[in-house]
Design a protein around this ligand. Structure first.
Ligand code: FAD
Length: 466
């Protein structure tokens, strides 16, 4: 083998998986087609869930230092934003930060950790056999991950279908200078402030547009929509995007896996894509590392598909719902939805949905505690008399068995076992936390869920009881 894993695509998904693999000590080659990152920037936010993920690797501060915190999120452009500031989350805000900076920070981190990042190197072909994959006819590795975006070559070459719905409507985007105030104008022209320019977003009345988007094209559509001539100048980026929603039929075919936009596309409502890519990466990284290092149970890598396909389907559901709420002739529905979103608990439900905080993986039938399957809260604990927290204990990217009682535990390879004192109130006596931060097992009031600890250790860490 030339390396353990090849990743195609250095967007948020590929970079985060590379960081996760390198943290686990897995040799990784990251192929990126482009010599350098484009001048334009697609997304501008990290949600609470992504910040929780970064905190569990000790890098949240790198992003927090550069962004601005907004204690609300939105749903389908409803007039009342959803409050997240009072929900008691570890990161009760959305962070405004350009996607390009997120990628630069992750790329710096990947290089720090020793990932072999090869820019200007496109994946053109690959083959797989029982023992590995061969990429571009020359790089031999155990696994290949396609993080090569919505038009993924890896997905196509692996023969993985991408079913879903076609684009029925396009939206124009222009990063320009304009004499338009921020906010929503007549004709649904949405103006978002950017440093030194604005981002204009407006429905494209033409579905089959043969010509490229120019300043004149955007200008005339904006003029028609607001009902007066608007001056636009100095375009930085002009494009249009559709409302298609598709999901790969499988996220794994043998030794080939898909993550990020390669695995799913959806309307950009609610600014999800970067965050979903990071969530996929956090789920896949440790499992792929376990498979490459030879200690994964036979089913572990398949749980990447079952867990993340289900999570992706939720995002397709709510982004499509949000896009519909922004459509024509849905005024009464929007009004009703706005009323509903202000009912007790509904705003919280929607906020947890759009930020991915609700994400809960199936840990087995006999689960009743709400923490099981969800990301463990970042409790303050004391280990050996020193104050620390769950997020800190997860920084090495290993599993954590945290025991607040006095059980006897043998030292376990692949898992850090801590006898801890809770500094925050906790309803559990012990918990097993996967490297991605999700609670896989817990004990409370003398009961173990979803079953005895050795079963959870075997399922998630390939540890066979002696
Ligand atoms: C207009 C717009 C606005 C958006 N706004 C937001 C937002 O506010 N918030 C948000 O979270 N998301 C937003 N998104 C979505 C977000 O940009 C994507 O979901 C996200 O970039 C997906 O990350 P990824 O790593 O899967 O893919 P990408 O970021 O697309 O990265 C794929 C990488 O693979 C490379 N590549 C492609 N083919 C190959 C190959 N054969 N070999 C090697 N490399 C290859 C590409 O050059 C690219 O660098 C927006 C998207 C659009 C279009």
């Amino acid at each position: 083998m030339d390396t353990d894993v090849v990743i195609a695509g250095a967007g948020p998904a590929g970079l985060m998986i590379a960081c996760e693999l390198a943290t686990a000590g897995v040799a990784t080659v990251l192929l990126e087609r482009e010599e350098r990152r484009p001048e334009f920037c697609r997304g501008f936010n990290l949600n609470a869930r992504s910040l929780d993920v970064f905190a569990r690797r000790g890098i949240a501060d790198r992003f927090l230092a550069e962004g601005h915190k907004v204690p609300v999120t939105g749903f389908g452009g409803l007039p009342t934003p959803l409050d997240i500031g009072s929900l008691g989350w570890d990161h009760p805000f959305t962070l405004g930060i350009p996607q390009t900076r997120v990628e630069e920070i992750l790329e710096e981190r990947a290089i720090e950790l020793g990932v072999d990042v090869r820019r200007g190197d496109e994946l053109v072909t690959f083959g797989q056999d029982e023992d590995g994959v061969t990429v571009n006819g020359s790089i031999r590795a155990e696994y290949l991950v396609g993080c090569d975006g919505s038009r993924s070559a890896v997905r196509r070459l692996a023969g993985i279908a991408f079913p879903g719905t076609e684009t029925t409507k396009y939206t124009l985007l222009g990063d320009v200078e304009a004499d338009l105030a921020y906010g929503v104008h007549e004709g649904g022209v949405f103006v978002i402030p950017r440093p030194g320019y604005v981002r204009i977003v407006v429905a494209d009345p033409v579905l089959d547009r043969p010509e490229p988007i120019t300043l004149d094209v955007l200008g005339s559509i904006v003029d028609d929509a607001v009902g007066r001539p608007v001056e636009l100048a100095n375009p930085r980026w002009l494009t249009r995007f559709g409302n298609a929603a598709r999901q790969a039929e499988t996220y794994r075919r043998g030794r080939v896996l898909l993550a990020g936009d390669a695995a799913h596309i959806h309307p950009p409502a609610g600014a999800q894509g970067v965050n979903l890519a990071i969530a996929d990466a956090m789920n896949l990284g440790w499992k792929l590392a376990a498979a490459a290092q030879g200690w994964a149970s036979p089913e572990l890598l398949d749980t990447y598909h079952s867990e993340r396909h289900a999570a992706g389907a939720r995002v397709l559901l709510h982004t499509q719902a949000q896009a519909l709420l922004g459509g024509d002739r849905v005024g009464p529905l929007r009004e009703l939805f706005a009323e509903l979103s202000e009912l007790d608990g509904v705003g919280k439900y929607l906020a947890e949905l759009v930020t991915g905080v609700e994400t809960c993986y199936d840990m087995g039938e006999l689960t009743s505690h709400p923490w099981l399957g969800r990301m463990a809260p970042d409790l303050a604990v004391s280990v050996d008399g020193r104050p620390t927290s769950i997020a800190r204990l997860l920084r090495e990217g290993r599993g954590v068995l945290l025991d607040f009682g006095n059980r006897d535990h043998i030292a376990l390879e692949r898992i850090d076992v801590f006898r801890a004192e809770p500094l925050d109130e906790t309803p559990v006596d012990a918990m097993l936390i996967r490297p991605d931060g999700h609670v896989a097992w817990l004990a409370r009031d003398g009961r173990e869920e979803p079953g005895p600890l050795p079963e959870a250790l075997a399922r998630w860490f390939g540890l066979v009881p002696a």
